[in-house]
Design a protein around this ligand. Structure first.
Ligand code: ATP
Length: 233
């Protein structure tokens, strides 16, 4: 079943067109990657999916129904969560308080604070520490945890591994794999192929606001040279 989709979307910032007829979809239980260089339009697609950007043409679909007119908060209640690139941790609140806010705001479901602490044990050790005392990797773990605690059906992650050390990236990849194995669909935005090749079932490559290529991870591997050119800076 298709959970979330864009169908032929155009998005503008003022007079500048950022997306051109973008169509893409995320199936239940899938990990999908959206790959492209700086400024290609990846964040714009995420923001269009979650209702922060408005498409002047095209539709947003949830489980086949037209949800183009819904606001971000209404889409969140349907089961769409978003982990922004800047993480938006509450700097002066503790890890535990950051998690409690997400629990209160979110839907009921299998994810609770105990389970996210099991997924990221370092957060349990840091439970009483203010958000701004965490390392970059720990802040990303907290941001993902907050997304999980809203118990979405699909979690959208904007460059979750950017700027992090390889060991931390491996931990995050393993955690995202576990989350997906338990049934949550993931949409992962990345600038390179490293994490998408490890984690995603299907991939979209975007350049200049247009989907330039899509296919399975095995197909991407077979066309790797061509794809590298589309995303290299
Ligand atoms: P990055 O990897 O840098 O996050 P991206 O692929 O996510 O890049 P977008 O942030 O979606 O790219 O940007 C797509 C285009 O839209 C770029 O040309 C960018 O300059 C422009 N853009 C993005 N946000 C705005 C905005 N709020 N106002 C005007 N132009 C914007």
């Amino acid at each position: 079943m298709t959970l979330l989709a864009l169908d032929g979307c155009d998005v503008f910032y003022g007079k500048a067109q950022a997306l051109h007829r973008v169509s893409m979809e995320i199936e239940a239980g899938e990990v999908v990657s959206l790959i492209g260089r700086n400024g290609a339009g990846k964040s714009t697609i995420l923001k269009t999916l979650i209702g922060l950007n408005f498409a002047t043409r095209g539709r947003r679909l949830w489980k086949g129904g037209d949800v183009t007119a819904l606001r971000a908060d209404q889409l969140g209640r349907l089961g769409i969560a978003y982990v922004p690139e800047d993480r938006r941790i509450f700097a002066n609140l503790s890890v535990e308080e950051n998690l409690r806010i997400a629990t209160v705001m979110g839907r009921r479901g299998a994810w609770n604070a105990g389970r996210v602490y099991d997924l990221f044990p370092v957060l349990r050790e840091r439970a009483a520490q203010p958000g701004d005392t965490l390392s970059g990797g720990e802040q990303q773990m907290l941001a993902i945890s907050r997304g999980l605690l809203t118990n979405p059906e699909v979690l959208l992650l904007d460059e979750p591994t950017e700027g992090l050390a390889p060991l931390i990236v491996d931990q995050l990849v393993e955690a995202m794999r576990l989350v997906n194995v338990e049934g949550m669909a993931l949409l992962l935005v990345e600038q390179n192929l490293r994490v998408p090749m490890k984690l995603a079932h299907r991939q979209y490559v975007i350049d200049h606001g247009t989907i330039r290529w899509s296919g399975t991870t095995a197909e991407l591997q077979a066309n790797r040279g061509e794809i590298e050119k589309l995303i290299s800076v």
